[in-house]
Design a protein around this ligand. Structure first.
Ligand SMILES: Cc1cc2nc3c(=O)[nH]c(=O)nc-3n(C[C@H](O)[C@H](O)[C@H](O)COP(=O)(O)OP(=O)(O)OC[C@H]3O[C@@H](n4cnc5c(N)ncnc54)[C@H](O)[C@@H]3O)c2cc1C
Length: 460
C-alpha cells in the first residue's frame, strides 16, 4: 500500500482499538493510533477495572459483619475513601502505562490527541497533522448520556466523575436501573452511604431475566438500598451544603451527590462521519456488517461505537477479528451469541444465554429449572440472603439455552456455564456431571425437577 502514510489508522485507544492496532501490527501492517484521553479507554480508566476495585472495597463491610457469626471479633472498622481512590488511581496509571508499552513494543505509533476523519483515507489529528491511511478503524467507544434536559442537570455526576469524588457522599441519589446504576448503588451502600436508586421503569435491570430482576431488587432493599421505580429525577436544586432532587411525583430527596447512570451513547459526534458519508444504525451506533465494515469500504468500526454488545471482551474480539480479516488474510466474523455477562452488584449477578421470556418467545417448548436457597455461609453469619439459580432449557432438544444466577461468585460461575452452553450441552449433560460439594453452583447439576414448562401455542 505504497500511497499511504500508514496501512491502518485507529481512532481510539480503548479495548477494541488497542487490540486491533496490536494485532494488525503483528500481521506486518504500519499502524498509527490516536487517543484523546488516556490509553486503555473506558474499561481500564473509568469502567470495568476501577469499578471492580471499588466493588472489592465495598464488600469488606459485609465480610466484617458476617465474621461475627464465625467467632471473629472485628474491632470498630473505619473506611478511608481518599486512600481507596489514591490506590485505585495508582493501579490505573500502572495499567495505562502497560497499554502504552504494548503498543510501543508492537511498533504502533501513538498520537495522544483527538483525531477526526477528513475523507475516506485521511485522518486529521488535532495538532494539525494529516495522515493518509489505507484503512481507518473507528474505535471511539461510548460516553455517558444524561437523558432529557432537566433543571439543575449540571449538578448531576456520571460514572466518570464517581471515580474521582473527593469524599464519600453520605447520601447519594442514583438515577438509572441498568448495570452501572445498580453496581454503583452496591458500591456506595457497601462503603457506608445512604443510597436511593430512582428508575423510571417498573423494575431494575431491564433485559435481564425477570426472576433475576425481582430477586436482586429484593435483596438490595433488604440490605438498605432504597429502590424507587416508576419515577424519575425531574429537577436538581443546589442548596449549598447539599442537593435536593425533586422526583416526577413531586417528592424530594436530599443528597450530597446526585448521580445519573442513565445509559451510554456511541461516541460518534464531530468525528466527520456525516461528511465522509459513514452511515449510522437506528440505535445511534456506526452501522457495520458482520466484518465490522461500514458502508465506506476503507472505514471499519468496532466496540461500543457500533452499539452491538457493549462489553470489553466483545470490543476486543471485534478488534482482533477486524485485524485478522484485513491484515492477517483470515476473514473472521465475531459470534455475538451466548455472551456471558455479570452485574457486580451486591449480591452479584451472572448470566449467559436466553432469559425465560426470550426462550418462551423463540422456542416451541421451554423448560425451567429454578432453585432458591440460603447459602451455607449465611447459616452462621446470619445474613438475610438467598441464592437464585435458574436454567432455561429447550424442551424439545434438551439443550440448556440459558443460565442465570444471583449470589456470591455468580460472575465466575457464568463464565464456565458459558462454555457448556456454547458447546451445546443438554440438561442431561448437566445432570451427568458430578456435583462438587459443598458449593453453591452444585445446584446447577442437581436440579432434577422442572419448575415449569411452557409450550408455545401453534399460532404464535
Ligand atoms: C462504569 C462502567 C463499568 C463497566 N463495566 C464493565 C464490565 O464490568 N465488564 C465489561 O465487559 N464492560 C464493562 N463496561 C463497558 C466497557 O468499558 C466497554 O464496553 C469497553 O470499554 C468498550 O471498548 P471500546 O474500545 O469500544 O471503547 P472505549 O474503551 O470507550 O475506548 C474508546 C477510546 O476512544 C477515545 N476517543 C474517543 N473519541 C476519540 C477521538 N475523536 N480521537 C481520539 N480518541 C478518541 C476515548 O477517549 C476512549 O479512550 C463498563 C463501562 C462503564 C462506563
Amino acid at each position: 500500500m505504497p500511497n499511504y502514510d500508514v496501512d491502518l489508522f485507529v481512532i481510539g485507544g480503548g479495548s477494541g482499538g488497542v487490540r486491533a492496532a496490536r494485532i494488525a501490527a503483528q500481521h506486518g501492517a504500519r499502524v498509527m493510533l490516536a487517543e484523546e484521553y488516556r490509553l486503555g479507554g473506558t474499561c481500564v480508566i473509568r469502567g470495568c477495572v476501577p469499578k471492580k476495585l471499588l466493588v472489592y472495597a465495598s464488600r469488606f463491610h459485609g465480610e466484617f459483619e458476617d465474621a461475627a457469626g464465625f467467632g471473629w471479633r472485628v474491632g470498630h472498622a473505619t473506611f478511608d475513601w481518599p486512600t481507596l481512590i489514591a490506590n485505585k488511581d495508582k493501579e490505573i496509571a500502572r495499567l495505562e502505562a502497560v497499554y502504552g508499552k504494548l503498543l510501543d513494543n508492537s511498533g504502533v505509533k501513538v498520537a495522544k490527541r483527538r483525531a477526526t476523519i477528513a475523507d475516506a483515507h485521511t485522518v486529521q489529528i488535532e495538532n494539525g497533522e494529516r495522515v493518509r491511511a489505507a484503512y481507518i478503524l473507528i474505535a471511539t467507544g461510548g460516553t455517558p448520556s444524561y437523558g432529557n434536559e432537566i433543571p439543575g442537570l449540571e449538578h448531576a455526576i456520571s460514572s466518570n466523575q464517581a471515580f474521582h469524588l473527593e469524599e464519600l457522599p453520605r447520601r447519594i441519589v442514583i438515577q438509572g436501573g441498568g448495570y452501572i446504576a445498580v453496581e454503583f448503588a452496591g458500591i456506595f451502600a457497601g462503603l457506608g452511604s445512604h443510597v436511593t436508586l430512582v428508575y423510571r421503569g417498573e423494575n431494575i435491570l431491564r433485559g435481564f431475566d425477570d426472576d433475576v430482576r425481582t430477586h436482586l431488587r429484593a435483596d438490595m432493599e433488604t440490605h438498605g438500598i432504597r429502590v424507587i421505580t416508576g419515577r424519575t429525577v425531574a429537577a436538581i436544586e443546589n442548596l449549598g451544603a447539599h442537593f435536593s432532587a425533586r422526583l416526577s411525583d413531586g417528592n424530594r430527596l436530599t443528597a450530597d451527590k446526585v448521580m445519573f447512570a442513565t445509559g451510554r451513547v456511541p461516541h460518534v459526534k464531530k468525528l466527520g462521519l456525516a461528511e465522509v458519508g459513514v452511515a449510522l444504525a437506528k440505535n445511534g451506533g456506526v452501522a457495520v456488517d458482520e466484518y465490522s465494515r461500514t458502508n465506506v469500504a476503507s472505514i471499519y468500526a468496532v466496540g461500543d461505537v457500533t452499539n452491538r454488545i457493549n462489553l470489553t471482551p466483545v470490543a476486543i474480539r471485534e478488534g482482533h477479528a477486524f485485524a485478522d480479516t484485513i491484515f492477517g488474510g483470515k476473514p473472521t466474523k465475531v459470534d455475538h451469541t451466548n455472551v456471558p455477562t455479570a452485574v457486580f452488584s451486591e449480591p452479584e449477578v451472572g448470566v449467559v444465554g436466553l432469559t425465560e421470556a426470550q426462550a418462551r418467545a423463540e422456542l416451541q417448548q421451554t423448560d425451567i429449572y429454578r432453585s432458591m436457597f440460603r447459602p451455607l455461609k449465611a447459616t452462621l453469619s446470619g445474613r438475610d440472603t438467598t441464592v437464585l439459580l435458574k436454567l432455561v432449557v429447550d424442551g424439545l432438544t434438551d439443550r440448556v439455552v440459558g443460565c442465570h444466577m444471583v449470589g456470591e461468585g455468580a460472575a465466575e460461575i457464568a463464565q464456565l456455564a458459558a462454555v457448556a452452553i456454547k458447546m451445546g450441552s443438554t440438561k442431561a449433560d448437566f445432570d451427568a456431571t458430578m456435583a462438587l460439594h459443598p458449593t453453591t453452583s452444585e445446584e446447577l447439576v442437581t436440579m432434577r425437577t422442572r419448575s415449569a414448562s411452557y409450550v408455545r401455542a401453534a399460532a404464535e
